[in-house]
Design a protein. Structure first.
Length: 305
């Protein structure tokens, strides 16, 4: 781009948020060597409230609300989020200016003994703060006990090492971005959260020059997959009170979609799987929503409010 340009980049202050933000900015600086960045670390409500489930205190928007306010107030130029932390509905005036290539979207079980889900002892205590994870795991292993586990990844691993839990659930992408040893992590047969493993670069909708500057970093396939997952989440008012899982993937020239939603305790749940042409992803999302609504999704939503 020629002359030096400076941008203020907002992010949470956790080790993972900083690591993934810095890695993405390094990619940007490779494309634009004259780029300068001023880091603005923002403490969110989700960072401050550590002793309760997110579903009890307002949902995943707690991790982005203060950052989005800083964008709207002009205090920062763009923000780097984990896509799964972004509510399905964005504040007016903000938009996703860039979506980089998606990292691994899967959840993993981490134990001191490197147990798989099947090898966990009867009645084992598993730490997670996610309703989506708790419900899906509980359907596969009704004997497991789930207890609240919040905090950054390092804090969670220390609690595991101290014996507070026999297993904890983490996102594989987070472990990879932090360069953590994954020898004690085993893949879980769970449908991921919408946007899991994907970064979201958020800015002001009117800032077209910044959108243009970020275009070389846009990964169109990841953007389409995340867009489909968020389309489904929006239709179901996706938030932490609703155990919603949604995963799209490209298969050749087709796109496949899997959706799971449930009441908070899993008494009632629905699972949908289907596919369609790659260039008709929105129609596939709408079909999934329509068919799930026809099977009683509205009653599940009512139970979650």
């Amino acid at each position: 781009m020629g002359k030096t340009r400076k941008f203020r980049v907002g992010t949470r202050g956790s080790a993972l948020a900083l690591a993934q933000s810095r890695a993405w900015v390094q990619e940007w600086q490779r494309v634009d060597p004259g780029l300068e960045v001023e880091w603005v670390t923002i403490v969110t409500s989700g960072d401050r409230i550590q002793d309760r489930f997110l579903s009890e205190v307002g949902g995943k928007g707690l991790f982005v609300k203060e950052i989005e306010s800083a964008l709207l107030n002009g205090e920062i130029d763009l923000a780097v989020h984990s896509m799964k932390d972004l509510p399905a509905q964005m504040p007016e005036g903000l938009d996703l200016l860039c979506i980089p290539r998606r990292e691994e979207p899967w959840d993993v079980l981490v134990t001191a003994q490197a147990w798989s889900l099947e090898e966990l002892p009867q009645g084992a205590v598993v730490g997670t703060s996610s309703l989506r994870r708790r419900v899906q795991l509980g359907l596969k292993r009704p004997d497991l006990r789930f207890e609240l586990l919040r905090g950054n990844i390092d804090t969670r691993l220390k609690k595991l090492a101290a014996g507070e839990f026999q297993g904890i659930v983490l996102a594989q992408a987070g472990m990879k971005r932090l360069g953590l040893d994954q020898s004690s992590a085993r893949p879980l047969p769970l449908i991921p959260a919408p946007g899991q493993g994907t970064l979201a670069i958020q800015g002001r909708m009117a800032d077209q020059s910044l959108r243009k500057a970020l275009r070389p970093l846009m990964h169109e396939e990841s953007a389409r997959l995340a867009g489909l997952e968020r389309r489904v989440a929006r239709a179901f008012e996706g938030h932490c009170q609703l155990p919603l899982a949604c995963f799209a993937q490209k298969k050749g020239e087709a796109i496949e979609l899997e959706v799971f939603l449930s009441t908070p305790k899993g008494e009632r749940h629905l699972h949908w799987q289907g596919g369609g042409p790659w260039n008709s992803s929105e129609a596939l999302g709408d079909r999934a929503v329509q068919e799930l609504n026809g099977r009683g999704a509205g009653e599940i939503l009512s139970a979650c409010r």
